[in-house]
Structures are given as C-alpha cells and as structure tokens.
Design a protein around this ligand. Structure first.
Ligand code: SF4
Length: 288
C-alpha cells in the first residue's frame, strides 16, 4: 500500500511562529505560562508541557503576579494587557500578525461606527479565543454571528461593518453577505479570512479524492480540524479522524492500495510522520 503525506497540511505560519517563540522562551527560563492551550492539538501541548510550558486559563492568569506569560496566535482582548500591566506580568506576545492586523482594523471600524450608528458584526464562533480577542476591540459590543442565517436578525436601519474569524469558510462568509444585501442593509465587508486556510478546502478535497483511504489527524478541540475533516469525508467516505497513531484501526486498510495522511493548520508535521510510521508498520504486518 502506498502512503502519502499531504505536503500542505500542518502548522500555518502563525502557529509555527507561536511554537518557535515558546521554545525560544522556554530555553531562557522557566516557568513560562501560556494563556490557553498554545495550539488546538493535545499531542503538541503535551510535548511543550514536558519542556516546561504551563497552560493557565483566564481565571488563573488574573491571579498570577511577577511572571512571564505567552499569548498564543489567537490573540487576546485589551483586558488581558491591562491585567498583565497591573500584576507585573511580562507578556510574550505571539499573536499571529494576521490576527493582530484584523484586531486593529476592527478597533478602527468600531471607532468610526460611533459616527453613523453602525453595527460591527463578526462572523465567527462564540467563545472562540480569536473571536474574544476581536470582540474586545469593540468593548465587547460586536454582534457575533455563528451561522449565516442569523444575519436575518440584524437591525436593517443601521449600516453593518462585517468581519470574519480568520479560519471561516469563504463560501459561508459570502452567504452572510448575500443575506445582508437581500435585506438591503448597507454593508462594508472586510475580507478577513486567512490565505493560509482559504485554499485549504479545495486542496484537501482533491487530495481526498486521489486516495482510497484518508487519515485525517487533528486535535478534537480544533474547529478548523473539524471543518476540514468534513470536507475530506464528503469527498471520500473512507476518511477517518484520529488524534494519535494509537487510534489507527488495521481493519480500515484491507485491500487498500493508497492512503493519504493529512490534517489541520494545528496539526504538527512530526505527528503526521509518526502516524505514517505506525501505519507502515501495521501494513507490513498482517494487513494487505
Ligand atoms: S490560520 Fe492564519 S490567521 Fe490563523 S494563526 Fe494561522 S496564519 Fe494566523
């Protein structure tokens, strides 16, 4: 059986950057706290935890004093920077440059919206760390839409400045814009979907079609991982979601000629390689 690793799967540059900042800072001194899991991948978080990274939630962060805290690629709202300054916390800021730029654009749009009674609308997942950081730029007043259909509830008498969480699907973001236009709402839509993810669905669809079986590797908490897994599964029903090599079931590969291994923007390459090694040792055994 031929096993192929998808060359385009694996960390996006924002996550790559955050992981390299964490490793560099862990080499200087410990402990290094991280506000939330550095990446939505349990295996990578475990690897960094073994090196001394301590993941804390926002409640624990607020109680810290005189220490160093890493901000992950998703970014944080202004409140986090205020708490750090009050508690003598040195922030190591690994916010992805794409997210940082989006935060700044939303902050600017929010200040402008006070002149025309505008509504700042973010198409994204409620409670997601990136969305919390974006909403923080508006004093938490933005309207968050999780599904395009929710756009029917917006006030038609006020103009909308629309943004999307960076990992949203371009097609569903277009649907939001269509609904607003149909309702004759004045809308300015910022193209805020990250280029690292916008072409990924099409690439993975054709990768999934090219193989008999697909192993899709991702952390279970990754929304990008869930969405891309669905894309692969729709193209190839023999697509299996796994988070670690131990989850491979040998029965998936009977009479299979080719298997493709791919993953999300939060899936480390080293994990993809471990899955490939494990698969090769399985198929060289009793599966043919
Ligand atoms: S998906 Fe894009 S915006 Fe999000 S962390 Fe990666 S590079 Fe940055």
């Amino acid at each position: 059986m031929k096993v192929t690793l998808d060359a385009y799967s694996g960390f996006c540059f924002g996550v790559e950057l955050a992981v390299s900042v964490a490793e560099r800072e862990l080499g200087k001194s410990k402990p290094l706290y991280c506000l939330g899991p550095l990446v939505h991948n349990e295996m990578e978080v475990e690897r960094l935890t073994r090196k001394g990274l301590v993941v804390v939630d926002h409640a624990r962060f607020a109680a810290l004093r005189d220490c160093r805290v890493l901000i992950r690629a998703h970014g944080e709202p202004p409140e986090t920077y205020r708490i750090a300054s009050e508690n003598n916390i040195e922030l190591i800021d690994a916010t992805c440059p794409v997210v940082l730029s989006l935060q700044q654009q939303i902050g600017m749009a929010f200040r402008e919206s006070s002149h025309n009674q505008g509504q700042i609308v973010i198409f994204g997942k409620k409670g997601h760390a990136e969305v919390a950081g974006l909403n923080g730029q508006t004093g938490n007043t933005a309207i968050i839409l999780e599904h395009p259909e929710e756009a029917v509830n917006l006030d038609p008498s006020r103009p909308v400045h629309l943004f999307a969480q960076t990992t949203r699907e371009p097609e569903t973001y277009s649907r939001v814009q269509e609904i607003l236009k149909k309702r004759s709402i004045a809308v300015e839509a910022t193209d805020s979907i990250c280029r690292q993810v916008s072409g990924q669905s099409d690439r993975l669809r054709s990768f999934a079609l090219d193989h008999d079986v697909i192993l899709f590797i991702s952390g279970r908490e990754s929304s990008n991982g869930r969405a891309l897994f669905e894309t692969c599964r729709q193209a190839n029903e023999r697509t299996y979601f796994i988070s670690s090599p131990g989850e491979i079931d040998p029965s998936w590969f009977r009479n299979v000629e080719s298997t493709g291994i791919c993953g999300a923007t939060s899936t480390p390459k080293w994990l993809m390689k471990e899955v490939a090694d494990q698969l090769e040792s399985i198929v060289s055994g009793d599966v043919s």
